[in-house]
Design a protein around this ligand. Structure first.
Ligand code: CP
Ligand code: NVA
Length: 290
């Protein structure tokens, strides 16, 4: 039984096969009944637009029943343990997805679940987003091995998952962030505080929100000041390769981490990324629970 908590549980061959399969499922969305007659629990302890809709519709397209569970409707909210929640859900469903700030909670749920557990975003990781992003890069460039991806802004969960999952398929990541917001040093990742140096000649330039769900909202002003020079705008994109694309996991705050011109412009593949969540996650569900 396999869990995906950081994404690094997957082998390079599995990620390549998963992306190939995701592309097939994108072409023929109703071609798989891998979850026929089975349910998938989707626990949301934090808000979501893309993750919820892409998992819910994706499970449906695989012939399964998506069981969306908000924290406030579970006995978890009244103190029932993750251990007991895992044991009970495992008697009913083929897999469990969970979104929560705490990485430890996902690890705890997985420890006691008898079915695969998928991390649908924690403060530390967002592996499903990284898989959809790799699918988007694969569509844009065909080959992933040797691509250079520049990530500018907060060295957060999205940056970390791009580093861990991207490394499996040979994507070279550069992360530009100011002091105090930089990602820890991970294998194969180039860290800098200079957004133009990171973007220079890159195949894609990626950014994410400056205040994540796991961050203290009171730090927003300080974060905006520190991260202001890392905005993804046309000038930064011009520093990248002539064919470079702009990426953002969304939700976006136009005028903060990305300009409207880039977000809605010709060089972005951001709305494809949002769609690709469904295709990539369907391939992941087939792999883990199919
Ligand atoms: N990108 C992403 O995970 O979006 P949601 O928070 O809307 O699910
Ligand atoms: N870094 C963001 C991603 C949202 C999809 C957050 O954690 O809120």
């Amino acid at each position: 039984m396999r869990h995906v908590i950081t994404g690094a549980e997957l082998s390079p061959d599995e990620v390549r096969a998963l992306l190939h399969r995701a592309a097939e499922l994108k072409r023929e969305p109703l071609s798989s009944d891998a979850l026929a007659g089975r349910s998938v629990a989707l626990i949301f302890q934090a808000p979501s637009t893309r993750t919820r809709t892409s998992f819910e519709t994706g499970v449906f397209e695989l012939g399964g029943h998506p069981l969306v569970l908000r924290a406030d409707e579970l006995q978890l909210s009244r103190g029932e343990s993750l251990r007991d929640t895992a044991r009970v859900l495992s008697r009913h469903v083929a897999a469990i997805g969970i979104r929560t700030v705490s990485d430890e909670e996902v690890i705890e749920l997985a420890r006691y679940a008898d079915v695969p557990v998928i991390n649908m975003l924690t403060a530390g990781h967002h592996p499903c987003q990284a898989l959809a992003d790799l699918l988007t890069l694969r569509e844009a460039f065909g080959e992933l091995d040797g691509l250079t991806l520049a990530y500018v802004g907060d060295g957060n969960n999205v940056a970390r998952s791009l580093a861990l999952v991207g490394a499996l398929v040979g994507v070279r990541l550069r992360v530009a962030a100011p002091a105090g917001y930089q990602l820890e040093q991970l294998a194969g990742v180039a860290l800098t505080d200079d957004p133009r140096a990171a973007a220079y000649g890159a195949d894609a330039v990626y950014t994410d929100v400056w205040v994540s769900m796991g961050d203290d909202p009171a730090s927003a002003g300080e974060r905006r000041r520190a991260l202001g020079p890392y905005r993804l705008d046309d000038a930064l994109l011009d520093a990248a390769a002539p064919h470079a694309i702009a990426l953002h996991c969304l939700p976006a705050h136009p005028g903060d981490e990305i300009t409207e011109e880039v977000l809605y412009g010709d060089r972005q593949r951001i709305w494809d990324q949002a769609e690709n969540r469904r295709h990539a996650q369907k391939a992941l569900l087939e792999l883990l629970a199919g």
